[in-house]
Design a protein around this ligand. Structure first.
Ligand code: AMP
Length: 395
């Protein structure tokens, strides 16, 4: 795996595909700069070597050129974070860009305009990729969030840099962390899957069954399993058409020697509201008119016990409706258990949009080994797929 550490960027222009797809408020100010922070080490390495950096990214889902999706809106934030006054050019290909790239001096950073102002970007257009490739000497992909897309700037462009292409530090760390989990010899390996739907995680479960020892299933998706096993789940969310699948997962797990842990009790509410009345009930006997919205106390103890024994932990998805305070306890206790196991030497990887939000909200981000930045890309890697953005650098 070639990373930027295998190159010296002195007098070189690094063309870096970053993921600066950051949220903006109504005044077009960046509200969460995590993704920009995450790209900083890669950019600094290039500058410290004595080279310059040309940054390219997408932002949002523009239909053609739309001012509110212009990357000029983030120039000030990027400059603050990198500690260099970032230059900006209002296009990503063409004469004006050629000139700006030619004028770029060592130690300088140039941000190009939103790649998705061109439909050719998402189409993976080869000519467009070739034009983009003129913007640097060495191509660096540091955008894990889009690594599962075969877009012009994330994959197709790599063929114009047969020797001079590599992963940035962020993308390299993502790959290493996922490989550590998927190829782990540090057993027991525990996967915690939560969230709302079985259907969105099914391929992940099937792929990881060969690699894990324990599977903790929590959150909304557990009710499909409980109902399939004959339980009464009241109004809890359930994918009725996935019950057969749930049973087949349990069977496959048993055949492969994977121990599955389902919740045993649940905090049930009489409405989907933070102010609803609640009671703790056996998960197999949820009364009519009530729905399970968080893991119950016995479940939390049981899950925590399994996590405490684990040497490698993968966590994707909350075990309750953590956005509402009344139903956040299960997810917080689970996070505590993962943090404690990590402190005891386990390797823990948290990924997928909502679990990342949860670990940040509850202050666990620094207490786990790695928090993945790419939700969809991470899920596809866990599904065992080859990601075009990664493949393009390796092959
Ligand atoms: P996902 O995007 O599939 O990972 O699902 C995350 C969402 O699942 C979060 O917004 C949670 O609020 C939701 N969730 C977790 N547990 C439950 C539950 N018991 N009932 C309804 N939604 C849930």
């Amino acid at each position: 795996m070639k990373t930027i550490n295998d190159f010296n960027f002195e007098n070189k222009k690094a063309l870096i595909r970053v993921d600066f797809n950051v949220p903006l408020d109504e005044e077009l100010k960046v509200t969460d700069a995590t993704r920009i922070e995450a790209a900083k080490p890669t950019i600094l390495k290039v500058l410290e070597d004595g080279g310059s950096a040309v940054l390219m990214s997408h932002l949002g889902r523009p239909k053609g050129v739309e001012e509110k999706f212009s990357l000029k809106n983030i120039v000030a934030t990027v400059s603050d974070i990198i500690g260099v006054q970032v230059k900006f050019v209002a296009d990503c290909v063409g004469e004006e860009v050629d000139q700006a790239v030619a004028d770029l001096q060592n130690g300088e950073v140039l941000l190009l305009e939103n790649l998705r102002f061109y439909s050719e970007e998402k189409a993976g257009d080869k000519e467009f990729a070739e034009k983009l490739s003129k913007n640097g000497d060495i191509y660096v992909n540091d955008a894990f969030g889009t690594a599962h897309r075969a877009h012009a700037s994330t994959a197709i462009i790599a063929e114009f840099f047969p020797e001079n292409k590599c992963f940035g530090l962020l993308l390299a760390k993502e790959i290493e962390s996922l490989e550590k989990v998927l190829g782990s010899s540090e057993k027991p390996v525990t996967a915690i899957l939560g969230g709302s739907k079985v259907s969105s995680k099914i391929t992940v479960i099937e792929n990881i069954l060969d690699k894990i020892d324990h599977l903790i299933i929590g959150g909304g998706m557990s009710f499909t399993f409980i109902k399939a096993l004959g339980g009464s789940i009241g109004n809890s969310i359930c994918e009725d058409d996935k019950q057969e699948l749930a049973l087949s997962i349990l069977k496959q797990a048993e055949e492969k020697g994977v121990k599955v842990h389902l919740p045993v009790d649940v905090v049930a509410a009489d409405a989907f509201s933070n102010d609803a009345n609640t009671q703790v009930v056996d998960i197999h006997h949820i009364p009519d008119g009530w729905e399970g919205l968080d893991a119950g106390p016995k479940t939390n103890v049981g899950f925590s016990y399994v996590i405490a024994q684990s040497k490698t932990i993968l966590w994707n998805g909350p075990v309750g409706v953590f956005e509402m305070k009344s139903f956040s306890k299960g997810t917080i206790e689970l996070g505590n258990a993962v943090a404690d196991a990590t402190a005891d030497g386990a390797f823990s990887l948290v990924g997928g949009g909502d679990s990342v939000a949860a670990v940040k909200q509850f202050g666990f981000a620094d207490k786990v080994s790695y928090v993945s930045t790419g939700g969809g890309a991470m899920l596809e890697m866990l599904e065992g797929k080859t990601l075009p953005g990664i493949d393009a650098i390796i092959n």
